[in-house]
Design a protein around this ligand. Sequence first.
Ligand SMILES: NC(=O)C1=CN([C@@H]2O[C@H](COP(=O)(O)OP(=O)(O)OC[C@H]3O[C@@H](n4cnc5c(N)ncnc54)[C@H](O)[C@@H]3O)[C@@H](O)[C@H]2O)C=CC1
Ligand SMILES: O=C1[C@@H](O)[C@H](O)[C@@H](O)[C@H](O)[C@H]1O
Length: 339
Amino acid sequence: MTLRIGIIGCGGIGQEHARRLHFKLGGAQVVAINDIDVAAATQFSEMSGIKARVLDSDQAVIDAPDVDALVVASWGPAHEEQVLACIKAGKPVFCEKPLAVTAEGARRIVDAEVQAGRKLVQVGFMRRYDAGYRALKQTLDAGTVGDALLVHAAHRNPAVPEMYVGDMSITDTFIHEIDVFRWLLNDDYVSVQVIEGRKTRNAHAGLHDPITVLLETRQGVRIDTEIFVACRFGYDIQCHVVGETGVASLPEPMSVPLRSNARQGTGILMDWKLRFIESYDVELQDWIDATVRGEVAGPDAWDGYVASVTAEACIEARRTKQILPIALPERPAFYARQG
Ligand SMILES: NC(=O)C1=CN([C@@H]2O[C@H](COP(=O)(O)OP(=O)(O)OC[C@H]3O[C@@H](n4cnc5c(N)ncnc54)[C@H](O)[C@@H]3O)[C@@H](O)[C@H]2O)C=CC1
Ligand SMILES: O=C1[C@@H](O)[C@H](O)[C@@H](O)[C@H](O)[C@H]1O
């Protein structure tokens, strides 16, 4: 069976996903596209060679009889309504992070999915599919460094656009760490503190950058993460887990060490598209295969909800400059852990 896919949101990552789904991965084709910028979507559909139908609304793509499953890659505020519409239509949906821009909105999606009685939603937390993070998780699960005690992490972007403001450091960027630490540690969060230190002069006026987020988990692990989105030098993701008997670190992306012109060193990527290009491929191939089987095998709506609850607590901790508790309801049996 070839999975016929509708894309909602045809900008940066929507185009990346459309191309990989249609040309690179197995078992899928893109048959319909929607974007509020219909002209741009039409141009993309033609220029890319996908030649999917461009429909004038997200609902039209969801309702199209020849669309089996949806990919939502629109701006975050549009995700809740579009995912709810997919659930109502009974169609599987891959929703790029965040699932919703509020915990309440994410909870509405969880409740709608439970009500529908069938898991349909996967969230685009692709780091779980990254070979480096998977190797790190394997090392931790094997107890190679004993129990995890501390995590030191950094999420660095070289620059962000002017529209990237305020709490997007949390909702758009740190949201990846929020999800991947839970998965790495098989744990959940109990408290958060957010610290705003000295600002870089290289960030635009609407942004306090960098910030530090301190999380505590149920098992007592203490996690510090630097979020620095105007670091200039590169797209640099770091994760060092300090265990009882050693430190396990996220492997650096492969780069040939050079010794030339009286210097030595390796390269640093400058773009998330390249840093995680394989993980997007693995993630979406897994989604295609699971969807054909009628399953959701990746990060689900509950994971998206927990990420939104945690992100909201981070935002409140940043605003109040307090150490705040993170209160998570018990995971419903409907969302029992896979594997
Ligand atoms: N997993 C990852 O590493 C990444 C995830 N993302 C996520 O993907 C989503 C899109 O991000 P980008 O592609 O960077 O943004 P973008 O601005 O490049 O593209 C978003 C597109 O959605 C369209 N759009 C906005 N509202 C819409 C609506 N209501 N209906 C239909 N189309 C709508 C816009 O016209 C635009 O073409 C965001 O949620 C972002 O957080 C983005 C980059 C990387
Ligand atoms: O999701 C992503 C972007 O939306 C976000 O803006 C970046 O900070 C992240 O590194 C990237 O993975």
